[in-house]
Design a protein around this ligand. Structure first.
Ligand code: GLN
Length: 501
């Protein structure tokens, strides 16, 4: 064992990345907590359009890292990409702030600002998120046993930001007066600036490897002229324009759904037709595709948080405590609060099970089961409740607790599973498939949220009719439940396929 691998404690760089990521998530989730409320109450979009936009936005948020990660690996390095991405996101928030200030007086300008603001957020996230996540791993030498714990600590940073963002942004922006939403964007933007400043101040000194060499620097053979400010600004502007167009086009034509479906059919065909891959490699790739397929349903149900579940929190949940009305956006802090509370328990529990700790496919099936039970709980809460009558907060709180238990079973293992099982030749393509599955899940979330039964409206999905909220929540119960049962049944076969050599 090397000296480094028995080292105790964590490098200071981890705490720098923790804080940078915490403020970035503060910005991202703070803004997301009021997004559909802003769309429906200020911009006066109907719920169907707002839901679809929400799905398009989040879907692209998971696709943009494919470009941001690629550019960083080849040309820019992680540090430059994080700072640039952060600045672009902050500009996005400030553009949304202007949108929130002008929607009343100049609706046309504010529409343009709205699409531009979200396009900037998508682009910035694409450069920020994959790069900060990979830097965490680079702080440690290959095979260092502290890496897992480092990612757990980092995940806490994500969720501290994810809890405080909706809380503060809700406090200043979700006041009942639509003109106040802009303050949430402004506060989000300030959070993002703090993140960039922290990273800029400390990355050189602390984000270093065990030999003291700076991490995230420009790759050795990257052409120098790519760093001139003119090229950077021009390149980013083009990228932003690309994402604004992709976002706008999806709002109009819904093409992402078909594009993502095509990726899911096309890419496996390409990989499976490669004669150089042996049977066991193909089996492992098969496991990745199957897992990605199930993950789509998980995120499709989970990410209702910022859409239909926010409509539900706003209109159907009794938030009035007599002395204070709980802002709708605060419900979006619950998931992160529960992550911070439950994560230590899950870590302890898996450790306690020792050799009996279930394998990844089984844990993922368990995650889907918790998801399904969360919806069963809330469906029970709204059963036979007349339209217009508000239900207790306990239903949303309990549901988020169950959803978080599901997230902790499923989410942390995905990336490492893909890493472990990919044949070297296809490792980036398969990592891209993992992100594509997340994007697909988020797109599905928007599509399904648009089926929210408003008033007396009846909606349907694949022949399943929804007349009220109970029917709507039961859709997710069935969807996650069926996915969970199928994955439980497949899990021992998948385990064998994973171990094939
Ligand atoms: N909440 C986590 C984050 O923001 C994970 C979200 C996800 O993987 N879909 O990073």
């Amino acid at each position: 064992m090397t000296k480094a691998s028995i080292k105790k404690g964590h490098p200071k760089g981890l705490y720098v990345l923790f804080t940078t990521e915490m403020w970035e998530r503060f910005n991202f989730y703070g803004m997301r907590s009021i997004l559909v409320l802003f769309m429906t109450k200020a911009l006066l979009f109907d719920k169907v359009f707002a839901s679809n936009l929400y799905g398009s936005y989040l879907s692209l948020v998971y696709l943009s890292p494919l470009i941001g990660g690629f550019i960083a690996d080849k040309y820019w390095g992680n540090n430059r990409s994080i700072i640039t991405g952060g600045i672009v996101m902050a500009i996005g928030e400030f553009v949304l702030f202007c949108c929130g200030s002008l929607y009343h007086s100049s609706p046309d300008v504010s529409s343009i600002l709205f699409f531009s603001g979200l396009g900037l957020m998508i682009t910035g996230n694409g450069f920020f998120k994959p790069n900060i996540s990979s830097l965490v791993g680079h702080l440690y030498p290959h095979g260092d046993t502290r890496k897992d714990a480092a990612y757990t600590i980092f995940y806490m940073g994500i969720n501290v930001g994810g809890a405080i963002g909706p809380f503060i942004c809700g406090l200043v922006g979700d006041t009942g007066n639509p003109a106040d939403f802009r303050w949430a964007f402004l506060v989000g933007g300030i959070g993002m600036i703090i993140s960039v400043i922290i990273q800029k101040l400390f990355q050189k000194k602390y984000v270093i490897d065990t030999e003291g060499k700076q991490l995230g620097v420009v790759p050795a053979n990257a052409p120098k002229k790519l760093f001139s400010p003119v090229v950077v600004v021009l390149g980013m502007t083009l990228m932003v324009l690309l994402f604004i167009s992709l976002f706008y086009l999806d709002a109009k034509f819904n093409y992402l759904f078909y594009l993502l479906s095509a990726c899911f059919i096309g890419i496996p065909l390409i990989i499976f037709s490669d004669k150089k891959l042996n049977k066991s490699e193909k089996e492992k790739v098969g496991v990745i595709f199957l897992i990605c397929f199930f993950v789509i349903f998980f995120w499709g149900a989970f990410e209702q948080a910022g859409a239909s579940l926010t409509f539900f929190a706003s209109e159907q949940t009794q938030r009035n405590l007599g002395f204070f009305t709980v802002p709708t956006s605060w419900f979006q802090s619950l998931n992160s609060i529960f992550v911070v509370l439950f994560a230590p328990f899950f870590a302890w529990f898996w450790l306690k099970l020792g050799k009996r700790e279930p394998k990844s496919p089984f844990k993922m099936a368990l995650g889907l089961l918790f998801m399904s039970l969360g919806y069963l709980w809330i469906a029970f809460g709204v059963k036979d409740v007349q339209t217009g009558i508000k239900v207790s907060m306990i239903w949303l709180v309990g549901m988020y607790a169950l959803h978080t238990a599901g997230e902790l079973c499923l989410s942390p293992i995905g990336l490492s599973l893909v890493n472990q099982l990919s044949p070297l030749k296809y490792s980036s393509l398969l990592m891209a498939i993992w992100f594509t599955a997340n994007a697909f899940g988020n797109k599905l979330a928007g599509v399904l949220s648009s089926l929210y039964p408003d008033g007396n409206k009846t909606t349907s999905f694949l022949g399943y009719q929804m007349h009220n909220l109970h029917d709507f929540f039961m859709l997710f119960f069935y969807m996650a439940g069926i996915a969970s049962i199928v994955l439980f049944i497949l899990s021992s076969k998948l385990k064998k396929m994973m171990n094939a050599s």
